[in-house]
Design a protein around this ligand. Structure first.
Ligand SMILES: [Cu+2]
Length: 381
């Protein structure tokens, strides 16, 4: 794990500075960014047999955890070391449109091989993340199909919880391909389909006969950039209370996650504390969703925290949890989220407070759906 101080130390390294005269150096020092984010091509070793080439933040997947302070101005230099324009989106934060990272809202692209300095005041506190917001359309080497994602933790004024350690997990698939495979798992999306919507869907199916459109699938899954069995295990001791911060950084996949013999005590959704913490055996995460859950480590042994689907675990979606010394569907009032999963032909009702002026992009977080038009722009009047 990397603490904020060592991140700052790393971020402060700027080789070009050494050649500057002393006065300039002093000025440069005063304007030193709090963080440097480099977008560049690189390799991820998911396992010895699967080394993938993609675009990364600071040379690794996931990008390093960025820990920042709520309410304290944060200056970032973003270097685009690729040959295409890029955009960095600070998902889940209430910050101005020109730095939020969606071009539709007015954030400028960072041209190839250029740097853009951005500054904002992080809020609200909690588990957020950062990812690219460029459209990919038919190019599966762009957008969220790449490895451009990093967890962001905004430290609150007061520390929230009683736990022994924090573990950040980023779920991600690699080497996506177009497929006409089956529908996504929807068992998590308990709800009642609306007959009117279902009827409309059936009519469209009648109208447009023939094969359905393409979806994007993958056969390489990972947690923290490693396929199951190839990364470092999560090491715990009996009696530990471990706070897991889990992010589904997928471009389009819904994930389940279970840790046999243990229960997830869900304390936050999308980084926002839940009014009534719930104990659940399985977590379901839609694209871009985050869950923070405390697990009481009271069942010693060696366990796999992984997808319920055996096929997905075989393709890597899991991580080993090792003890030291061995080796939806309910009322959800008050829950604050920035992503909501919705089953086929269902509806959802939500309130939002319009307190972040500027253009706001409201969209499906599945890259394919967003790229081909599943989005809307909200304008404050
Ligand atoms: Cu996002």
């Amino acid at each position: 794990m990397i603490d904020r101080r060592s991140l700052l130390k790393l971020a402060g390294v700027a080789p070009a500075v050494a050649a500057l005269p002393r006065t300039t150096l002093a000025q440069q020092d005063a304007e030193r960014p709090d963080y440097t984010l480099r977008i560049a091509p690189g390799l991820v070793e998911l396992s010895p047999d699967h080394i993938v080439s993609t675009t990364l933040y600071n040379g690794q997947f996931p990008g390093p955890l960025i820990r920042i302070q709520e309410g304290k101005r944060f200056v970032v230099d973003v270097y685009n070391d690729t040959d295409v324009p890029e955009l960095v989106h600070w998902h889940g934060q209430m910050i101005p449109s020109d730095v939020d990272g969606a071009s539709e809202e007015g954030t400028p692209f960072i041209a190839p091989h250029e740097m853009r300095r951005i500054a904002f005041t992080p809020k609200p506190a909690g588990f957020r993340f950062v990812h690219t917001h460029v459209p990919a359309y038919g190019d599966l080497n762009r957008g969220t199909y790449t490895g451009q994602a990093a967890p962001v933790y905004i430290e609150p004024a007061k520390s929230p919880g009683a736990y022994d350690s924090e573990v950040f997990l980023v779920l991600k698939e690699f080497e996506p391909v177009f497929s006409q495979g089956g529908d996504m798992p929807q068992h998590a999306l308990v709800g009642t389909p609306l007959p009117a919507l279902q009827q409309m869907g059936n009519q469209l199916d009648q109208q447009f006969r023939g094969p359905k459109g393409y979806e994007v699938g993958s056969e390489l899954f990972s947690i923290n950039g490693k396929q199951l069995g190839h990364g470092e295990p999560i090491r715990v001791k009996p009696g530990d209370r471990v706070l897991f911060h889990i992010l589904n950084a997928s471009a389009g996949e819904i994930r389940s996650l279970a840790l046999p013999g243990h229960v997830f005590h869900v304390v936050a959704l999308d980084g926002n504390p839940v009014p009534i913490p719930a104990d659940v055996p399985v977590l379901w995460l839609g694209t871009a969703e985050r869950i923070s859950a405390i697990v009481d480590m009271n069942h010693p042994g060696v366990w796999v925290m992984g997808d319920l689907a055996e096929d997905d675990r075989k393709h890597g979606m899991g991580i080993v949890v090792e003890y030291a010394g061995r080796i939806g569907g309910k009322p959800t009032a008050g829950v604050i989220k920035d992503v909501v999963m919705l089953g086929g032909y269902q509806d959802v009702e939500f309130d939002f407070v319009a307190d972040n002026p500027g253009l706001t992009l409201f969209h499906c977080h599945q890259q394919l759906h967003m790229d081909f038009g599943f989005m809307a722009l909200l304008r404050y009047t």
